[in-house]
Ligand binder design. Structure first.
Ligand code: HEC
Length: 119
């Protein structure tokens, strides 16, 4: 019959295995998080005006408000720099759905995020 030390060892390896499994399942997909982003910079406004004609400081600020209100509901605020410009649109589409954003708000949040990446 297993002695106490062996049982403790087994319990410990089960804990380690369980933690590794959880890390494998969630590690790749949850975002790297960061502090709530600061107000949009003039550089970002200029970058966005060229990239998204019709965007303004006000529209980007509204996108930021959406981001601040919705994007820490399930995880912390995602680190905007940890995801590339190319990856953001598909991810925002998915996360906008999770956040019950309509198409307009999803677009606003995406334009804000991309602009904030280019201060
Ligand atoms: C209802 C819960 C929920 C809300 C609200 C939410 N997320 Fe997420 N988010 C998740 C979950 C769960 C994952 C990990 C699984 C996945 O990627 O779908 C995730 C993953 C992510 C990732 C990493 C994705 C990857 O593939 O690298 C980013 C970035 C992200 N979220 C951004 C956002 C943004 C931006 C918002 C606000 C518009 C938001 N999330 C709102 C649940 C949520």
């Amino acid at each position: 019959m297993a002695n106490f030390e062996q049982q403790q060892g087994l319990a410990r390896s089960r804990t380690v295995f369980g933690a590794a499994l959880v890390a494998m399942i969630f590690g790749g997909c949850y975002p790297k998080t960061a502090a709530a982003p600061a107000a949009i910079s003039p550089g970002s406004v200029t970058w966005a005006a060229e990239k998204f004609p019709g965007s303004t400081e006000a529209s980007l600020a509204a996108g930021r408000e959406t981001f601040l209100a919705k994007c820490n509901g399930c995880h912390g605020y995602p680190d905007l720099m940890a995801t590339s410009d190319e990856e953001w649109p598909a991810i925002m589409e998915r996360m906008g759905g999770k956040s019950d954003l309509d198409a307009e708000k999803t677009k606003g949040a995406l334009q804000y995020v991309l602009a904030a990446r280019h201060p």
